[in-house]
Design a protein around this ligand. Structure first.
Ligand code: DGY
Length: 324
């Protein structure tokens, strides 16, 4: 019987399903440090892990039986993909099943920050609502404004469709144009800098790679249009958080909606002080339906590999090109 280890329980019954066919060990608790994770994996054939688990080259070197690392997320920046490739280990993720949930949450952040929803909620709870007033908590409208989407994969495209339903104009920057997405009037802007200079709202949907780490560095944040808003439901490290605090505090940016942070779960103390920032605890895919579908996909990937077949949603693996 093959041995599978999981660093956390998952919603739904998927792990139960896996446990009926394989020897399964599930731990819970905070993420394990590198060597502890390697010890936990030991001689297992498969590892199921979360985005906070660092799967390093050292782990691949030690885990001689490992055949698959199934990440319970679409982003796999926590895995040393080049080392996985060299070790001949499959790495899988959970694309598609979380696209709608993440795009919905992106719109929720955009609406919450522009329409001051969280401020309004606090205002009412503090007993400060004394009656309707023409200028009470005025926000910013979306209609006719330009949403700039950085990264036009599945989630970026799903956000574009939603934005068009709000009568927004949409432009995107990405490695290449995406006519196949079939999103009319979504304009391809090859240069991120140009997109930042034009857009009223920027929403980040690129993966975190060596190339995109601090893609929004200080100069770029200050090159964004005066009074623009930034939404980030991708990965915190894509933005220089310290510089973002500066751009918000200086009034260069009008607000931000953030679901992710540079050093999760730590949130920059400067962000906590700013009323024009909506902060969520990495909830992009957090609907019961989505998280159960992600668990099913993780388990289906593991079962496929352990049955000697290719997984359903590989990122890296034998026969695939080396990771970037
Ligand atoms: C992902 O899948 O990468 C998300 O960030 C998890 O919600």
């Amino acid at each position: 019987m093959a041995k599978v280890v999981a660093t956390s329980p998952l919603p739904g019954v998927a792990l139960q399903r896996l446990g009926a066919h394989h020897q399964l060990q599930v731990r819970s608790g905070p993420p394990l440090a590198g060597w502890q994770l390697a010890d936990f994996v030991g001689d297992a054939d498969a590892l199921i892990c979360l985005l906070a688990d660092r799967v390093t080259a050292e782990l691949f070197a030690q885990a001689k039986n490992l055949k698959v690392v199934a990440v319970y997320a679409v982003g796999v920046n926590n895995v040393d993909l080049a080392a996985a490739f060299q070790a001949g280990v499959w790495v899988t993720n959970t694309p598609d099943v979380l696209t709608d949930a993440t795009a919905d949450l992106t719109m929720a952040l955009l609406l919450a920050v522009t329409r001051r929803v969280v401020e309004g909620d606090r205002f009412v709870r503090d007993g400060r609502f004394t009656g309707w007033a023409p200028d009470l908590l005025l926000g910013t409208g979306l209609q006719g404004k330009l949403l700039g989407i950085v990264g036009f994969g599945r989630i970026g495209q799903a956000v574009a469709r939603r934005a068009q339903a709000f009568a927004m104009r949409v432009a995107y920057s990405s490695r290449r144009p995406h006519p196949e997405a079939g999103i009319p009037n979504a304009v391809f802007v090859p240069s991120v800098d140009e997109l930042l200079a034009q857009a009223d709202f920027i929403s980040l949907h690129c993966p975190l790679t060596a190339e995109t780490r601090h893609l929004l560095h200080r100069e770029r944040l200050f090159r964004m249009k005066q009074g623009a808003f930034l939404i980030n439901a991708a990965r915190g490290e894509v933005v220089d958080e310290e510089a973002l605090v500066e751009a918000l505090a200086a009034g260069h940016l009008a607000g931000a909606g953030l679901d992710v942070y540079e050093q999760e779960p730590r949130v920059h103390p400067g962000l906590l002080q700013l009323p024009n920032v909506v902060l969520l605890p990495h909830l992009g895919s957090a609907t019961r339906e989505t998280r159960e579908a992600m668990a099913d996909l993780v388990v289906d990937n593991v079962r496929a590999v352990l049955a000697g077949k290719p997984p359903l949603t590989p990122v890296v693996g034998p026969g695939l090109p080396p990771a970037p």
